[in-house]
Write a protein that binds this ligand. Structure first.
Ligand code: ZN
Length: 284
C-alpha cells in the first residue's frame, strides 16, 4: 500500500507541545498519514528501552516507521579501515530499526572524493555487495536497504549508480529522492515525462516487484552549480520540483511507494498535500 509521512518531526509537532518520537506516531496518524522516517543522521544512539517504546507507539497507531542511517557513511572511502566504519553504521541502524519495528533503512552510499568517478562507483558497488553478505550472516530477514539518489554532484547517487547497487540483491530497493535528482541536474527532473523516464529506469533495472514499492524522498530543493544547496518548503515557486505530476505517475503506474517528505519544517503539512494530490487522482 502507498504510504505518506514526514521525515522527522515538523515545526507543527513541537508547536503543539510534543517532544518525543513516541508521540509522533499518533500525531502522524491524526493528520491522516501512515509513515514516519526516523533519522540516525548524526549517529545511532538509542537505548533498547526507547526503541521498544517507539515500536509500541507505532504499532498502536498503525504507522509504519523507516530509518535513515548516519550521513557519514562512505562506501567509496579509499581507506579500508574507514570503510569498515560504514558497515558498522549500517548494522547499528538495522539493529535499532528492527527493535523499533521498522523494515526500511535509507543509506547515503558514498562520495566521489578525489577518485575518478568510475573507480569510486566500482569500490562502492564492491563493498555494498559485501554488505549484503554481512547482513545475511547476521540473519536479518524481511528488511530492505534503501540506497538514495543524492543531490550534490560530488556525491555518488545518480539513478544509474543507485540501480547498479540495487541489481546486486533483492535486499536493496532504491530511495529515489526526486528533489535531489532535480537539484543535481539543475532543474532537469520536474515534469511528468521526466518522472516517468526516471521511474522507467528503475522498472527496467530491477523489475516490477521491487520497482513498484520503491522508497521515495521528496522536497523542493534550492540548487546551484554543484547541485543541492538546501531543502525548501512547498511555498517555493522558484526551484521545484512539483509533486502533482509525480503523484499522477504513481497512480498511473499502480505503484505502492513509501513517500517521505523532507520539507524544511513543514514536512508533515507537505506530506499531507502530496497525499491529497494522490487521492485526487483516485477520484478522477
Ligand atoms: Zn537522505
Amino acid at each position: 500500500m502507498i504510504k505518506f509521512g514526514p521525515s522527522g518531526n515538523s515545526d507543527s509537532f513541537y508547536n503543539a507541545g510534543y517532544k518525543h518520537t513516541t508521540e509522533s506516531a499518533q500525531f502522524v496518524r491524526d493528520h491522516g498519514l501512515d509513515l514516519f522516517e526516523y533519522s540516525f543522521g548524526r549517529g545511532v544512539r538509542m537505548t533498547d528501552a526507547t526503541a521498544r517504546d517507539i515500536k509500541n507507539a507505532f504499532d498502536t497507531a498503525g504507522v509504519e516507521i523507516s530509518v535513515h542511517a548516519p550521513y557519514f557513511i562512505n562506501f567509496a572511502n579509499p581507506e579500508e579501515e574507514k570503510a569498515v566504519n560504514s558497515y558498522n553504521y549500517v548494522i547499528q541502524s538495522l539493529d535499532a530499526m528492527v527493535k523499533m519495528g521498522g523494515k526500511r533503512c535509507v543509506i547515503h552510499p558514498a562520495t566521489q572524493g578525489k577518485m575518478e568517478r568510475r573507480d569510486a562507483v566500482g569500490l562502492m558497488v564492491k563493498r555494498m555487495a559485501h554488505l549484503v553478505e554481512i547482513v545475511e550472516e547476521l540473519g536479518y530477514r524481511d528488511i530492505y536497504l534503501c540506497p538514495e539518489t543524492m543531490g550534490k554532484i560530488g556525491q555518488i547517487g545518480t539513478v544509474d549508480e543507485i540501480l547498479e547497487v540495487c541489481k546486486l540483491s533483492s535486499v536493496y530497493i532504491p530511495t529515489i529522492d526526486f528533489g535531489h535528482l532535480n537539484a543535481r541536474t539543475h532543474g532537469g527532473v520536474c515534469t511528468k515525462d521526466d518522472y516517468k523516464r526516471e521511474i522507467d529506469k528503475v522498472y527496467n533495472a530491477i523489475g516490477e516487484d521491487r520497482a513498484s514499492k520503491i522508497h521515495v524522498h521528496f522536497s523542493k530543493i534550492e540548487y546551484s552549480q554543484g547541485g543541492e544547496v538546501k531543502h525548501l518548503t512547498f511555498e517555493d515557486k522558484i526551484y521545484g520540483p512539483d509533486y502533482e505530476p509525480l503523484m499522477s505517475v504513481f497512480y498511473e503506474y499502480g505503484m505502492s511507494p513509501f513517500i517521505v517528505c523532507e520539507s524544511a519544517g513543514t514536512q508533515l503539512e507537505d506530506a499531507m498535500a502530496m497525499k491529497s494530490s494522490y487521492m485526487a487522482c483516485l477520484r478522477k
